[in-house]
Ligand binder design. Structure first.
Ligand SMILES: *[C@@H]1O[C@H](CO)[C@@H](O)[C@H](O)[C@H]1NC(C)=O
Ligand SMILES: *[C@@H]1O[C@H](CO)[C@@H](O)[C@H](O)[C@H]1NC(C)=O
Ligand SMILES: *[C@@H]1O[C@H](CO)[C@@H](O)[C@H](O)[C@H]1NC(C)=O
Length: 408
């Protein structure tokens, strides 16, 4: 009896503390999302504890906890060859459909996984499943990039890895080896992987040494800027699972190898206040007052401090680096980019990053498809199979694949 009531109390405390989060009824399957979020927060707390007692860096623990049961070796099947290999020093997993006679030229997608530059892997079930499905359905070779992660490395190393692997793949010899049609290549990624994909595309566009350019870029709820943590979507979804504003800011600080003591300053935009003169013209490039539709802006007010943290550029030089924040690229760079797909979710702090980028690209004359999911949440596309199936997960994935099929 005693044990039972203790257990019951423990479960109630767990439920009350971890599970219950008030969520808008418009998000896809709110109860399931609460459970998913509770699991993620519980893993974060365990990681923070391990960090606190000095066992290991919290991100390393979190990555270990979330990948432990999930990573696996490449598994080929009758119609799909899967191999792990290395492209100019960077590990990649390659998915090759084998249904056609060898030598037939195929389409191809370079895929960069998400996870705040610190979590995830091309070898986890979620990304392995996604890339396999994309490869099968589009009948394309998918190269999934295993770039190195924070805290082992920091900005710009994950980007350099993604760029190096991409550049190596885009050489005529390598494309020939894999029977790839050089005119039908896409670069794609989700979340932090969408940040890397967008930056890689900008870098390739401006690099005369890369002569084979991608036909498409496809960005899934990408992270694109760190100058304004008070866009309407950051305000509206501040506490939304599974990536709240505070969690996103901490991912940024870890990526840039900066102390978490800056987090509160970033939350109130003290890093881009009027006295941080270096950031003024850049903030103008993401002036959401003119770049977002009214249905997104609602009644939210811009947060622009007159005095903030003027010395922050010395501490965070990457604050004004376009390789970290591809959203602040100049128009002349945007003009060189390929046809673009951008997917955004309503219940996501990053909704406006993607939306503003879509708008800026359109203004630069680029053909953009912007798919917005009103019941979507950040990360939903990898939750499209048991035990973490969400209807919006399957719909976002299928919509993305459909666009690739039609445009690649
Ligand atoms: C292109 O290649 C040349 C010769 O290897 C090199 O000197 C130059 O820096 C490269 N340009 C870029 C933009 O990487
Ligand atoms: C990250 O910061 C730490 C402490 O400030 C420093 O020792 C380390 O060299 C930095 N790493 C990189 C890659 O800049
Ligand atoms: C923002 O900057 C102002 C002016 O330096 C300072 O008074 C305020 O405490 C800062 N707020 C945060 C949260 O760092």
């Amino acid at each position: 009896m005693k044990v039972q009531s203790a257990l019951l109390t423990a479960i109630s405390v767990f439920t009350a503390y971890y599970v219950y989060t008030p969520l808008p009824s418009t998000v896809s399957e709110p109860w399931k999302l609460m459970l998913l979020d509770a699991t993620f927060r519980c893993a974060q707390d365990v990681s923070n504890l391990a960090h606190y007692v000095g066992l290991s860096h919290h991100l390393r623990v979190l990555n270990f906890v979330s990948n432990y049961f999930d990573k696996h070796d490449p598994i080929s099947s009758g119609h799909m060859k899967v191999t792990d290999t290395v492209f100019d020093g960077v590990e990649v997993r390659i998915f090759e459909p084998t249904t056609e006679p060898s030598g037939t030229l195929k389409r191809s997608i370079i895929y960069i996984h998400g996870g705040g530059w610190a979590l995830g892997s091309a070898r986890t079930r979620s990304y392995d499943n996604l890339c396999r499905k994309v490869s099968e359905d589009v009948n394309a070779v998918v190269v999934s990039v295993e770039y190195r992660l924070v805290p082992d490395v920091h900005f710009p190393t994950p980007l350099d890895d993604a760029f190096t692997a991409t550049k190596y793949f885009l050489s005529p010899e390598v494309l020939e080896k894999y029977s790839i049609d050089p005119d039908r290549i896409a670069i794609s990624g989700d979340s932090a992987g969408g940040n890397l994909a967008a930056a890689v595309c900008q870098q390739i566009a401006g690099d005369p040494n890369v002569t084979i350019k991608p036909k498409l870029q496809a960005l899934i709820y990408p992270v694109l800027q760190m100058l304004d943590f008070n866009t309407p979507s950051y305000q509206q979804n501040r506490d939304m699972p599974i990536v709240s504003r505070f969690v996103m800011i901490k991912f940024w600080l870890d990526y840039l190898n900066v102390s978490h003591t800056f987090a509160h300053s970033l939350e109130v935009n003290n890093h881009t206040s009027l006295d941080v003169s270096e950031t003024l013209s850049l903030r103008e490039l993401l002036n959401w007052h003119s770049l977002l539709p009214l249905s997104f802006k609602k009644d939210y007010k811009p947060v622009l401090q007159s005095t903030g943290n003027p010395n922050i550029i010395q501490e965070i030089p990457a604050l004004i680096d376009r390789r970290a924040s591809p959203l602040i690229a100049l128009q002349e760079t945007l003009q060189l980019l390929p046809k673009t797909y951008i997917l955004t979710c309503e219940h996501d702090v990053l909704r406006d990053d993607g939306t503003i980028y879509a708008r800026r690209l359109q203004e630069a004359g680029i053909d953009v498809t912007h798919d917005h999911y009103n019941d979507g949440f950040h990360g939903c596309m990898i939750f499209a199979s048991w035990p973490t199936y969400f209807s919006v997960g399957a719909r976002t994935r299928d919509g993305y694949i459909k666009w690739l099929k039609q445009n690649l």
